[in-house]
Design a protein around this ligand. Structure first.
Ligand code: ZN
Length: 150
């Protein structure tokens, strides 16, 4: 295993233990929830996105769920990164994350852009695990769209 790969595994392990955003927050602005289930692995998540007052940016991401360490770590990384992003920036991040995960190890992530989310680059080599990593991100993408209509 390369040094980079073991660093990435450590980041995923850390986030799966020290989970950012775990525990649903009571929203004070427009918010929406989304539920996703991954039957292949048994991962399940219920995730809430709260927007800022102007409905232009993400204020909070909170969630409850159960699943493998990849799925839990991905929810934690997302909850760390998304707050403060405009909805456009957030959608771009989700699109790029999805593109990286579907690349079967072909896309080298820009670590400056992705931060801890770069750690999931290695997951893209394991097709069966891609959904584990995407689950919470899909939930957040759906919830953010719905929240703008509230
Ligand atoms: Zn999983």
């Amino acid at each position: 295993m390369s040094g980079l790969e073991s660093l990435y595994q450590q980041i995923i392990l850390d986030h799966s233990k020290q989970r950012t955003g775990e525990g649903l927050l009571e929203p004070s602005h427009a918010a929406a929830e989304n539920h996703q289930y991954n039957p292949t692995c048994g991962d399940e998540i219920n995730l809430r996105v709260e927007l800022n007052e102007e409905k232009s940016a993400i204020e909070h991401v909170s969630w409850e769920g159960d699943g493998c360490s990849i799925s839990m770590a991905a929810a934690s990384v997302l909850s760390d990164m998304a707050p403060g992003m405009s909805l456009t920036e957030f959608q771009e991040l989700v699109d790029k994350f999805r593109e990286m995960l579907r690349s079967r190890g072909q896309i080298e992530p820009d670590e400056e852009y992705f931060g801890d989310a770069a750690a999931f680059a290695g997951v893209s080599k394991f097709v069966a695990r891609v959904k584990c990593a995407m689950l919470s991100w899909v939930a957040a993408e759906e919830a953010a769209k719905e929240a703008t209509q509230h």
